[in-house]
Design a protein around this ligand. Structure first.
Ligand code: C5P
Length: 287
């Protein structure tokens, strides 16, 4: 085998709670993370030496600043230093959107190089490297809906697999994750997620209660900075979403729809205002 192609799905945070600030500067989280069918395609070819990245996107770095490059560098230098790779990132996930676009590409590179060079590394080796690359990368390795704790690396997959109709709307600006966490203030939060109740709703495939439980404490930072995020949330609900939430550290907002036709109408409406509007659903491995 000299080439491999891996699907790299985006994620949304159905809940996101910040539990505390850690001595290492990161925050302890508790978040239900969910993969969706908007995905990048990562194609990896063997090469005699070095790492090169090409892409259809002009919005990403093609050098060592790219998380996919970091992933390749880490796994090659650790396990097969005398070989290289050529990586092509066929990007569809918007950049700087709160959808883990860079993290999912990095996870795909770890998985892809493991297979391509038959390194036979187990989950724990891959997970350890994933966390070195970024807090969302371990989740992206799983490809499954999980309750994530710690920095995002303590992952418990949820057993049920409800299929959600999700509309993603990305406003035309980016938000720095680092800045959002840096400005997070516990005193500003008046609505905390109830992850126990959320998981119960999830396991019962109770879409109404799942929608009701959507909560992200990082909205307390981003909504005052960018009122447009709140406007999109409200418009999604007006257009028939059961509920709407900002994903991760933003700025993408998603709405959950019970009715596909209503979601289609909402997508048409948002496309008259925004360039990046995606009708997606829950990702199942193999999609
Ligand atoms: O791990 P990653 O590089 O994706 O994190 C980006 C930034 O987000 C970190 O530098 C940190 O400021 C913040 N962060 C955090 N706690 C987390 C995840 C990220 O404070 N659990």
């Amino acid at each position: 085998m000299s080439s491999i192609e891996i699907a790299a799905p985006a994620k949304i945070n159905l809940t996101l709670d910040v539990k505390g600030k850690r001595p290492d500067g990161y925050h302890d989280l508790e978040s239900v993370m969910h993969p969706v069918t908007l995905k990048d395609k990562v194609i990896i070819n063997t090469a005699p030496w070095g790492i090169s990245i090409q892409s259809n996107s002009l919005d990403i770095p093609l050098n060592e600043d790219n998380l996919a490059y970091k992933a390749a560098n880490l796994i090659l230098s650790r396990f097969i230093a005398d070989r290289g790779v050529q990586i092509y990132l066929d990007k569809h996930i918007p950049v700087g959107a709160g959808l883990a676009g860079g993290s999912t590409d990095a996870a795909a590179v770890l998985r892809g190089i493991n297979e391509l060079y038959q390194l036979e590394l187990g989950e724990s080796d891959l997970m350890e490297m994933a966390l070195e690359i970024g807090s969302d990368v371990p989740f992206c390795l799983t490809g499954k809906t999980c309750l994530a704790r710690g920095r995002g690396e303590k992952l418990v997959p949820l057993s049920a697999e409800p299929n959600l109709n999700i509309l993603l709307v990305k406003p035309p600006f980016q938000i720095s994750t680092r800045e959002v966490y840096h400005n997070f203030n516990f005193d500003k939060v008046d609505c905390w997620p109830d992850n126990t109740a959320f998981i119960e709703a999830w396991n019962g495939c109770d879409i109404i209660s799942i929608a009701k439980g959507l909560t992200n404490v990082l909205e307390t930072v981003c909504l005052p900075w960018f009122p447009e995020i709140k406007e999109i949330k409200m418009a999604l609900i007006e257009m028939g979403a059961l509920n709407a939430l900002m994903s991760g550290s933003g700025p993408t907002v998603f709405g959950i729809f019970e009715d596909k036709q209503q979601e289609r109408l909402a997508a048409e409406y948002f496309r008259t205002r925004y360039q990046e509007v995606y009708m997606v659903s829950s990702y199942m491995r193999g999609d």
